[in-house]
Design a protein around this ligand. Structure first.
Ligand SMILES: Nc1ncnc2c1ncn2[C@@H]1O[C@H](COP(=O)(O)OP(=O)(O)OP(=O)(O)O)[C@@H](O)[C@H]1O
Ligand SMILES: [Mg+2]
Length: 508
């Protein structure tokens, strides 16, 4: 907040000197101004309170001054202290000279130091509040401008996938199902739906994160394995841009506590940015390392880099470099805000570095490192081979969901068993002892929660180690909490994104 001064307006140097000395003694900043005309030339922020000595109220200055008062912005009501010697006629003087302004304190001459100091103090205090209001109004109009820009960009970003989808729908109506163009069109549609779903997910994520509503499902894991799995998920985009992804993992395990799904989101966001802001043919290096008490993840690219003046704000919501952003790459400018919030929720930090335009960018995330014993590791056999085939039990009463999930799991090379009800699921689980069980919550016989609780209550290594994933139609925090309390490791909301499920299974 600026410190503004009391301005003594008087043609008399002696009056000015006396008044200023009273103010200085009280520690109040003040300066002299010979006329109202000169006062009008000062910036509003420099004038905290104007002390007008009656001799200054002369034509035409007084007219200019009154116009200036009338033209004040809505936040401003300049405090005035009038020094006059008219005795009983003071009120009439104020009425005559300042018919519009209610913010005048009148002091009788000769000048009394105590009343002058106290009147000026009151004025300066009121003025500080006005400056605060001005700042709030400026912040509000900045936020409104940002909102409008964001809405314009959001409609642009949503229109982008909508246009090809509308064309695709038109084509699909007219093409035979075995026409190769039909398949091409269907794939295009799938890509655009995925893109749109990501935009909406990001928007929801950012608001949930801002409201502190995101809860992590932490467990011990090796950052190396998570980095490798996430890099693989991003590989298609990198290949499509003819770029090379170099993966550098640490020799020793980098155990951290993290939510595997959110960790993948962090890594993929950074790698996607690296690919997006690096020209075709460039290189992206993704590195996991141990550094003292920390485990770190670095994503470095050989791309367009980030201007020094933007480095400080890349993590702010809706920040995008208008000069470099190819609109064809799009985006809302929220990816890094989500990444930063998620990293902080994990107790980590993120920093960015770039040597400038076309010199690439580097993002480094650090997490507190755990030792192997503190990390609640899964049985060694499955961790040693991330992404290996697993035995999966699907407990789901809806035949279409059950069958399509089974097809997906088979496609990824996993062995699949099925159960259609809660009791059936328990029996199958106990008989085949799967690595993973995907369990619907609304099941006949026993709910998914009860199935999980029963499994966890069995006293053996398998029952403690089997990964239980809940599949539900509800994504509220209370549902997640209930799933966790029942012994589930993860909670996926239907319709489950196949990529998310695949990545989750790879991390198991
Ligand atoms: N690796 C990078 N190289 C150069 N600039 C980057 C890089 N990563 C981020 N930026 C800059 O930071 C801005 C913000 O990144 P962020 O991920 O938040 O948004 P976005 O990628 O534009 O959109 P979104 O992630 O919401 O789809 C980008 O628009 C870009 O200007
Ligand atoms: Mg991004």
């Amino acid at each position: 907040m600026e410190t503004s001064a009391a301005i003594i307006v008087t043609p008399s140097e002696t009056d000015a000197r006396v008044a200023l000395s009273f103010l200085h003694e009280a520690g109040i900043p003040g300066r002299a101004c010979p006329s109202l005309g000169e006062l009008c030339k000062l910036a509003p922020g420099d004038v905290g309170c104007a002390v007008l000595v009656e001799e200054a109220l002369v034509h035409p200055d007084i007219d200019d001054f009154l116009s200036m008062l009338a033209a004040q912005p809505p936040w401003s009501d300049l405090p005035l202290v009038l020094l006059a010697s008219q005795g009983a006629a003071l009120g009439a003087l104020v009425e005559r000279v300042f018919p519009e302004s209610g913010n005048v304190a009148v002091l009788e001459r000769p000048m009394n130091p105590v009343s002058l100091v106290s009147a000026v103090r009151v004025g300066l205090r009121a003025r500080q509040r006005q400056f605060q209001v001005r700042e709030l109004l400026e912040q509000r109009s900045h936020a409104l401008r940002q909102r409008d820009e964001f809405l314009a960009m959001l409609s642009h970003e949503l229109r982008n996938p909508l246009a090809p989808m509308r064309n695709a729908a038109y084509l699909m109506k007219r093409l035979d199902i075995d026409n190769p163009l039909f398949i091409k069109t269907r794939d295009l549609m799938e890509r655009q739906v995925t893109h749109m779903a990501r935009l909406v997910d990001d928007l929801l994520d950012v608001s949930r994160l801002e409201l502190g509503k995101v809860q992590l499902k932490m467990r011990g894991l090796d950052l190396n394995a998570a980095t490798a799995a996430a890099a693989e998920t991003c590989q298609p985009m990198i290949a499509a841009r003819n770029q090379t992804l170099e993966l550098q993992l640490s020799r020793e395990p980098a155990y951290i506590r993290a939510d595997p799904v959110r960790l993948e989101q962090i890594i993929c966001n950074l790698v996607t940015n690296a690919a997006k802001f690096t020209p075709e043919g460039g290189t992206i290096i993704v590195k996991a390392a141990c550094a003292g008490a920390d485990a770190s993840l670095t994503v470095r690219d050989s791309g367009i880099g980030i201007d020094a003046k933007m480095l400080g704000s890349v993590f702010d919501l809706f920040t995008q470099d208008a000069n470099t952003l190819e609109r064809s790459q799009g985006g809302l400018g929220i990816g890094l805000t989500i990444v930063k919030r998620l990293v902080e929720l994990h107790g980590g930090t993120i920093r960015v570095a770039s040597e400038g335009r076309n010199r690439g960018a580097q993002f480094t995330v650090t997490f507190p490192r755990q030792d192997a014993t503190a990390a609640d590791r899964k049985p060694a056999a499955s961790e040693a081979a991330p992404g290996s085939t697993k035995r999966v039990l699907v407990i789901e009463d809806n035949p279409d969901i059950r069958e399509s999930l089974g097809l997906l799991l088979n496609l990824w090379g996993h062995g699949v068993d099925y159960a259609e009800s809660g009791p059936d699921g328990l029996e199958r689980a106990d008989a085949i002892r799967p690595d993973v069980a995907l369990i619907d919550i609304g099941l006949p016989g026993l709910s998914g929660y009860e199935v999980a609780r029963h499994i966890r209550s069995l006293d053996d290594d398998w029952a403690r180690g089997v990964r239980l994933i809940a599949l539900t139609g509800y994504g509220r925090d209370t549902d997640r909490e209930k799933a966790t309390a029942s012994g589930f490791d993860s909670h996926l909301v239907k319709p489950v994104d196949p990529d998310v499920l695949q990545a989750l299974l790879k991390l198991i």
